[in-house]
Design a binder for this molecule. Structure first.
Ligand SMILES: [Cu+2]
Length: 257
């Protein structure tokens, strides 16, 4: 009896520091979203984290008004992710723009900003499976997003290694999404799915998540990236984009045609 009690007490003592450190007062993170692909869009994100409960607020300006803006936390938790060169004037842009079309597609951006980790949907699932759940993303030019939801512990502990990417931009300033043509005069296709317009998924803005100065201590704990799991997450995210995006894009094109 006494022996098992001692073990139990020791176990509790071992657990306490970690639990205590993680359950303190809410910490705050911010992200300054700057344009990608010269979209002219920008924004500000604030994330209040209480344990694994996150309240995410995103306000923007200059986003295309009236089309779903897929928004995600990108990156391998604890990994070495950056927004990367996303505009032609950025150093390294030409190397990142693998097909030389003058834009950074979703696929061309992933090596820098990493896979979809969290889908910032307006309701329901927030996993990479909802990466392009087009009926559950903001459609306004100012985004006006606020939602409280649970994060995976690994994500909560490594928020400041992640990035917010907002997708969909009117690259040719036509007033529509989906009419950008390729060099053959056909609809320029998304890097994720040939049935999706390029403009529907292209990165429009990106911002690094940063711990705010006061109380925003980045635990930095558990920062070892699980490459296998992250690759699985990337695959899942891309499959989600593909599966969910086709129906949404077709519906959207139908509406606008
Ligand atoms: Cu994304």
């Amino acid at each position: 009896m006494r022996k098992s009690f001692v073990f139990a007490a020791a176990g509790a003592a071992l657990l306490l520091p970690a639990t205590g450190a993680f359950a303190q007062t809410p910490t705050t993170f911010t992200a300054d979203l700057t344009q990608a692909n010269e979209s002219g869009a920008s924004g500000t994100a604030n994330i209040s984290l209480d344990g694994t409960t996150a309240t995410v607020q995103i306000d923007g300006q200059g986003f295309f008004d009236g089309f779903p803006h897929a928004m995600h936390l990108h990156g391998e938790p604890g990994g070495d992710n950056i927004c990367g060169p996303l505009n032609p004037a950025d150093s390294g842009f030409d190397a990142a723009d693998e097909d030389g079309d003058g834009f950074i597609s979703v696929v061309e951006g992933v090596p820098a900003y990493g896979p979809v980790t969290v889908s910032l949907t307006t309701e329901g699932d927030t996993s990479p499976d909802s990466a392009l759940a087009v009926d559950r993303f903001p459609t306004s030019g100012t985004l006006d997003y606020e939602r409280t939801f649970e994060l995976e512990p690994e994500v909560a502990e490594n928020l400041s290694s992640l990035h917010i990417v907002v997708h969909a931009a009117d690259l040719n300033d036509s007033g529509e999404i989906g009419d950008l043509e390729d060099e053959d005069g056909n609809m320029k296709e998304s890097s994720l799915d040939p049935d999706l317009p390029f403009e529907a998924t292209v990165p429009a803005a990106c911002g690094q998540v940063t711990a705010a100065a006061a109380g925003g201590v980045d635990t930095g704990a558990g920062g070892t990236a699980d490459t296998g799991g992250s690759n699985a997450a990337l695959l899942g995210g891309l499959m989600g984009l593909s599966a969910l995006g086709v129906a949404g894009a077709r519906r959207r094109i139908g509406v606008q045609a």
